[in-house]
Design a binder for this molecule. Structure first.
Ligand code: GMT
Length: 374
């Protein structure tokens, strides 16, 4: 198949999922055309089967805000014609599904261009549900030729908010070969030089991820007498608040803020437990990637996280903001090697057993075939 894929190139899990999906499809013989404002971060290598088409934006003094949605629609239609696309798959409903539908309609009746929209979470629960975007988001979803969601939770949320439920749940996935525990003793030595246990948090440090809670959890774990450090991977608006809180609690020396990192697997492989205390999480790709690297997860019991993390088996779940319980669970795990190692093994088994690429990518391919055949 010849598939067009649009993602947000620089930010968030939906861009990662769309980019990895494209690479996996290409590895299975399909040709993938990424259509986006810049090269998606995870797309390090372009070749005959993985191509990139940049959306060009004309600036004009009259445009207070550049009409990206229209420029994207134009590019989608152009690529569809020039590259003979069979289907357009957009990740994140706003504004990508609207652009895709405009592109599809502009090509009628010359060419058929089915549109598949994958819902990732905040496009429904935060942005899409906002009064200013709700009707147009609903339109984009209803008008798509096929809609997928990354968890049962998100399908249910979409039904409730948008009264629409013709949605196929296709979960996020992880490559079992790329995401596995590596030997990274020198990184571990740098991050935990005195043989401390190591907590890790990986996110884009937006308020919804509650990174400040990670610092609160570390403070409580240390009070329980477990020698521990925290490595904070990523960057975003909450990072200064997390750093400030660590200074206030006099534990800044036990934290390492490393910013955005290209080799997340190395940081996961160096760590003992992942903290994901999010306010909302429709799936929790960070949890899945950690589990694949044998890192148990301490997370909030929200959204799709209970589908990914099994409480007491592959990690522990707590109410949002319950840093006391999260710290108690973390301390127990960090102090008990046998408990942690058992959980780490089960975490990998669960991640690979349910979400490995071989299981999930064919679900997308089948869905495309069904949509094209409609
Ligand atoms: O929350 C983010 O990091 C960004 C956001 C996105 O759309 O890029 O993530 C959503 O999609 C991810 C990939 O499918 C999911 O793993 C995240 O759970 C989801 N985030 C939220 O629902 C808050």
């Amino acid at each position: 198949m010849n598939i067009g894929i649009t993602v947000y190139p620089t930010y968030g899990g939906s861009g990662i999922v769309g980019s990895e999906l494209g690479k996996e499809l290409a590895a299975r013989g399909h040709t993938v055309h990424f259509i986006s404002s810049s090269l998606p971060t995870r797309l390090t290598e372009l070749n005959e089967r993985v191509r990139f088409h940049e959306v060009e934006m004309m600036s004009y003094p009259l445009f207070e805000h550049q009409p990206y949605t229209l420029a994207l629609a134009t590019k989608m239609a152009t690529v569809a014609e020039e590259e003979n696309l069979d289907l357009l798959h957009v990740h994140y409903a706003i504004p990508h599904s609207i652009s895709a539908i405009l592109a599809r309609e502009s090509l009628k009746p010359r060419r058929r261009l089915p549109v598949v929209t994958t819902l990732h979470g905040t496009d429904i629960t935060l942005v899409g549900a906002d009064r200013s975007y709700l009707p147009i988001t609903r339109y984009g979803i209803v008008q798509s030729d096929g809609v997928t969601a990354i968890s049962d939770y998100l399908k249910d949320a979409t039904r409730e908010i948008f009264h629409f439920d013709d949605i196929r749940v296709i979960p996020n996935f992880v490559c079992q070969y790329d995401y596995r525990r590596l030997e990274v003793s020198s990184l571990r030595q740098t991050l935990a030089p005195n043989d401390e246990r190591l907590l890790v948090h990986v996110s884009n440090f937006r308020p919804v991820k509650r990174p400040v809670d990670c610092v609160e959890i570390l403070a409580r774990v240390l009070k329980k007498g477990v020698k521990t450090r925290l490595v904070m991977v990523g960057d975003g608006s909450e990072r200064p608040n997390a750093e400030h809180r660590a200074r206030c609690l006099s534990i800044y020396e036990q934290c390492t803020f490393v910013g955005k990192q290209p080799r997340i697997v190395d940081y996961l492989s160096a760590s003992d437990v992942l903290l994901l205390p999010s306010d909302q999480e429709s799936f929790g790709l960070a949890a899945l990637e950690a589990m694949a690297c044998e890192v148990p997860v301490i997370a909030s019991r929200v959204g799709g996280l209970p589908e990914v993390v099994t409480d007491g088996e592959t990690g522990y779940l707590s109410p949002v903001g319950d840093v006391d319980k999260m710290a108690a669970d973390a301390a127990r795990l960090l102090a008990d090697d046998k408990l942690r190692q058992d959980m780490a093994r089960r975490a990998r088994e669960s991640a690979i057993g349910r979400y490995r690429t071989d299981l999930v990518i064919p679900q997308y391919v089948r869905f495309y075939e069904e949509v094209i055949a409609k």
